[in-house]
Design a protein around this ligand. Sequence first.
Ligand code: PMP
Length: 359
Amino acid sequence: MERVFNFSAGPATLPVEVLEQASKDMLNYNGCGMSVMEMSHRSSEYGAIHAAAKESLRSLLNLDEDHEVLFLQGGASLQFTMIPMNLLSDGQSASYVISGSWAKKAYKEAAMLYPVKAIASSEEDNFNYFPNLEQSAKDSVYTYVCVNNTIYGTRLSPERLASINGTVVADMSSNILSEVYDVNRCGLVFAGAQKNLGPSGVTVVIVKKDLLKKEKGELPTMLDYKIHLEKDSMFNTPPCYSIYICGLVMDWVKKMGGVEAMEARNREKAALLYETIDNSALFKNNIPAADRSLTNVVFLTGDKDLDGDFVAGAKAKGLYNVKGHRSVGGMRASLYNAMDISGVKALVNYMKEFEVQRG
Ligand code: PMP
């Protein structure tokens, strides 16, 4: 079977070059006589892979010396707990922008530990725009935003992110390395890898070191950023194979020209799909242009059966996983870095064909 165009929101498509390299390395990595999966995490071979992956992320994001990179487990979801645990103390609060269900989950987890505040929300309109941030609470230790809302197809632009007062904590699970954001401007950025960075199993956390004010022993060891920082993300066995694949993906991003080049590619892909939707009498996307995600594009016909037929017909053409999330319905095409423009061209051709036949 040929490879399909996989529009999954995550785990998601990976660059073919990365998969080819991984398959070459599978039985015998770099003359070691074993795969990366079989190596001790304390070996010099794995140590080099770990250090290179970290360095690649630092250079792709132009990180300054104040920020440190961690490779953790527990998914992006564990960060919903670790963030307030590590950054807040008794008597303190933080502001949360409820821009989608992942941000809402983060808020709920934080609210179990500290009296955090929801300062803005677009929930009443089923999260179909990115809420206004102007009323950020003054007494907050940080303002939490989910920069790209994977389910609803909205995102906060780099300019708006940069304009938030004070310390920003940002979930970039579904758009890290897809568009140029000033990560140094943020106190903490995190991303589950399984969308734009690599396979599931590892979560990248980028944290400004001086925000970690708690003493050692105040927090459970595995939930303490300081411990992971001191041990270079090897306090316990890291998800070695996932980190190795992330390293290959980041090498590929560098070879393609870095994040600026990725952004240019992603803008072209997203523009093609949004243009097709906006020029169509059948498909709709009601998100304000400035809030539209480059990586997750949502579109609907408004008729469930028709949407179902579209999704089934897409699969028959090798366009997989275009079904929308159940809380929005319709369709969603995830256009992460590894999705080539040829996939988007195939999708828009099918949309036009479908509209002629069924519209
Ligand atoms: N944040 C965002 C923006 C997401 O899209 C997701 C997963 N789709 C998560 C957090 C949760 O990630 P995980 O499954 O790694 O916990």
